[in-house]
Design a protein around this ligand. Structure first.
Ligand code: PLP
Length: 393
């Protein structure tokens, strides 16, 4: 039987061998990192080395990296009114987010629901900068001069890279702080927290080949702090996040970050070439396929496409039975398949959005896997289209 093909790297990446080895070794070391004895200090060294690697991946200072349980917690921690510089900063008075954020940002963190405002995107899936400028001006007119803005670096469904540096300029001019969810961009495109102009940045270990269960919120300046931490208790993570650290996952995250940084240029060029091969094959063999966000700058590893008349939920199952793991752009909650909020924000009609299939590649994806996917897709989609027409007739 042919080996399975994993093309769902935006959901989670397979463990990098370096991360697996580092995490396994850390599991074998006893000691609480907060203890002063030799065992504790040995574990502490592992965490601090990981902090350096994670900081280097995003161009930050190690002391500004706060480890969390993942991207979701880091987003929740970031989206707080109780963030600022100085001993007693005034709370932030509203939260502006793009309409295509991950659910962990859409939920609004610790802002009251009526203090959260979505900003639209254009048809190609990029944040509408003019709309953001208008929203910031309207807030200022209403006396709300302390906003927090949260915009992702790249969208998890379309892969569209967001105009973060321009967002940062607008945010700074309006006195806003900027949080960037860089979970999907990390390890796939080069960036640096200072050049982006982000005040806070989220990354997640398992998207870059680390273990699931570790992530980080990274600050640009040390002075930025949370006056009411999300998780209160002991003084771990310099008081920003209480609780004994998830040492093995953090150490594995560090090893994955180090490897992702070293390999970034080669891996992203390789993934882009494979993604182009996939899209060229789709275009040649199934011209009806529509690739979402194709006109915008995208991550090198992500293709979201649909073929009119094919439902993603059926196609994903058919591909799975054929040995191929991809994902649909639609979210399934309470047993009901909801069309993607990202495609809805881009103005894609619901019937087409319900056909969206996300194929996301990684550093170990091969040409022959792409070719096998294309063959399978052409065969299955033709059968599905025939079935759909058969039922309709
Ligand atoms: N942000 C984005 C853009 C994501 O794609 C994800 C996960 O899919 C998250 C945040 C959440 O990260 P985690 O799975 O580490 O909680």
């Amino acid at each position: 039987m042919a080996e399975r093909i994993y093309l769902d790297w935006n959901a989670t990446a397979p463990l990098r061998p370096q991360a697996r080895a580092a995490a396994a070794e850390a599991l074998g070391v006893c000691g609480n990192p907060s203890s002063v004895h030799a065992e504790g200090r040995a574990v502490r060294r592992g965490i601090e080395a990981a902090r350096e690697s994670v900081a280097a991946l995003v161009g930050a200072e190690p002391r500004n990296v706060v480890f969390t349980s993942g991207g979701t917690e880091a987003n929740m921690m970031a989206l707080s009114p109780f963030v600022g510089t100085g001993p007693d900063p005034e709370p932030r008075d509203c939260l502006l987010i793009s309409a295509i954020e991950h659910p962990s940002v859409l939920a609004g963190g610790r802002f009251p629901r009526n203090a959260v405002e979505p900003v639209p995107v254009t048809a190609d899936g990029r944040l509408d900068l003019a709309a953001l400028e208008r929203a910031l001006a309207a807030l200022a007119r209403n006396g709300r001069r302390r906003p927090l803005v949260s915009v992702m670096l790249a969208n998890n469904e379309t892969g569209v890279v967001q105009p973060v540096s321009q967002v940062a300029a607008l945010a700074q001019a309006a006195g806003a702080l900027l949080h960037v969810d860089a979970v999907q961009g990390a390890g796939r495109i080069p960036f640096n927290i200072n050049e982006l102009g982000a005040d806070l940045l989220t990354i997640s270990g398992h998207k870059i080949g680390g273990p699931k269960g570790a992530g980080a919120l990274v600050k640009r300046q040390q002075a930025l702090h949370f006056t009411d931490p999300l998780i209160k208790g002991g003084g771990q993570e310099r008081g920003a996040r209480a609780g004994t650290e998830n040492v093995a996952c953090i150490v594995g995250f560090g090893a994955a970050a180090a490897e992702a940084r070293l390999a970034l240029a080669a891996e992203s060029a390789r993934m882009a070439a494979l993604r182009d091969r996939l899209e060229a094959g789709l275009e040649a063999r199934m011209p009806a396929a529509i690739v979402f966000g194709a006109q915008a700058q995208r991550l090198p590893n992500t293709t979201l496409f649909a073929v009119p008349g094919i439902k993603a939920e059926t196609a994903v199952i058919a591909l799975d039975l054929d040995g191929i793991a991809v994902s649909s752009g639609a979210a399934c909650s309470s047993g009901k398949v909801q069309p993607s909020h990202v495609l809805a924000a881009m103005g894609v009609a619901p019937p087409l959005a319900q056909g969206a299939i996300r194929v996301s590649l990684g550093p170990t994806t091969t040409e022959s896997e792409i070719d096998r996917f294309l063959d399978a897709w052409i065969r299955l989609s033709k059968a599905l289209l025939k079935g759909a027409h058969g039922i309709a007739a």
